[in-house]
Design a protein. Structure first.
Length: 294
């Protein structure tokens, strides 16, 4: 049993903190250096230290190999609900890129500066936010501004710096790369037009893909006629473990596809059934290992 740390990146960025280390995509030092999303100087490492949760390993697949990885999760969309199924299996995931854009402008008095003189970074960021939203509405992808900060903080200052974090999602790699390139180009175009400077950095890039067929089959057989297949539309720790070992995901039905808010709901019965599917999937994989090496 693994209780992964910092999957969502809700308090500290980037997400998938611990599984990225396990899969060799990051390091313990980098994970501990993850910064707080509220703009403070707090780090994940300091927060873990404060509650006595800094461990001493093993931290990587090479140090602690596993034969397979199975994860249980609320579906976060409505495929199971629409099919009338309490459980399901994840077949793959769409691509996701998280990135940060910082606009640098000029401080000044909000009441007295002429409009032509202003280099307002918050205006620049707002134009990028709107452009990415329009882009997603016009295609097959998704885009969200997930965090924004600006300063100086006060009542009458033009915002001379603005930091915005975004994620773009697309089921196809070409679409994902096109959306990311659009964001880079649009940020530079906006900066040039408004006399701003800009920094662009990628926080996490996950290409679309599929889970291991043998692991999917173990979950599928565990579901039986009570389940159906679906794709996950977000990243999970399983998207990291699949780099090294057979990985599959069990879905539990969620009401109205709502997640990450107080309205998220899965019934007690569906929770119980999905837990049974998880156990059966592990037993199915155990049998697969025995059949391969009796």
């Amino acid at each position: 049993m693994i209780d992964w740390t910092n999957e969502e990146g809700a308090r500290f960025s980037p997400p998938l903190g611990s599984s990225s280390v396990y899969a060799g995509q990051s390091s313990v030092a980098a994970a501990h250096a993850s910064t707080a999303n509220d703009g403070s100087d707090e780090t994940l490492g300091a927060a873990l230290q404060a509650i006595g949760y800094v461990g001493d390993g093993p931290n990587t697949f090479q140090e602690f190999p596993i034969s397979a990885h199975f994860e249980i999760h609320v579906e976060q969309q409505t495929s199971l609900e629409e099919a009338g199924k309490p459980v399901g299996w994840a077949e793959g995931w769409q691509g996701i890129t998280f990135f940060k854009v910082t606009f640098h402008g000029e401080d000044g008095h909000a009441n007295t500066y002429s409009m032509k003189r202003r280099r307002d970074t918050l205006v620049g960021a707002s134009r990028l936010i709107a452009a990415l939203d329009d882009l997603a509405h016009g295609g097959d992808g998704r885009s969200t501004t997930v965090n924004i900060k600006s300063g100086p903080v006060g009542s009458c200052n033009i915002q001379s710096w603005t930091k915005a974090s975004f994620c773009v999602m697309h089921p196809e790699l070409a679409g994902l790369e096109s959306m990311t390139q659009f964001a880079k180009d649009k940020a530079q175009e906006i900066a040039s037009a408004q006399g701003l400077k800009t920094d662009f950095s990628t926080v996490l890039h996950l290409e679309p893909g599929t889970f291991w067929p043998e692991a999917i089959d173990c979950v599928k057989r565990a579901c039986g006629d009570r389940g159906t297949g679906a794709n996950t539309l977000t990243a999970h720790h399983s998207t990291m473990t699949r780099l090294f070992c057979p990985t599959g995901m069990v879905f539990a039905r969620g009401k109205d596809g709502i997640s990450h808010c107080a309205k998220e709901w899965t019934s007690q019965e569906d929770c119980a059934e999905s837990a049974l599917v998880l156990g059966k999937a592990v037993l199915n994989f155990d049998q697969l290992l025995q059949d391969r090496d009796p």
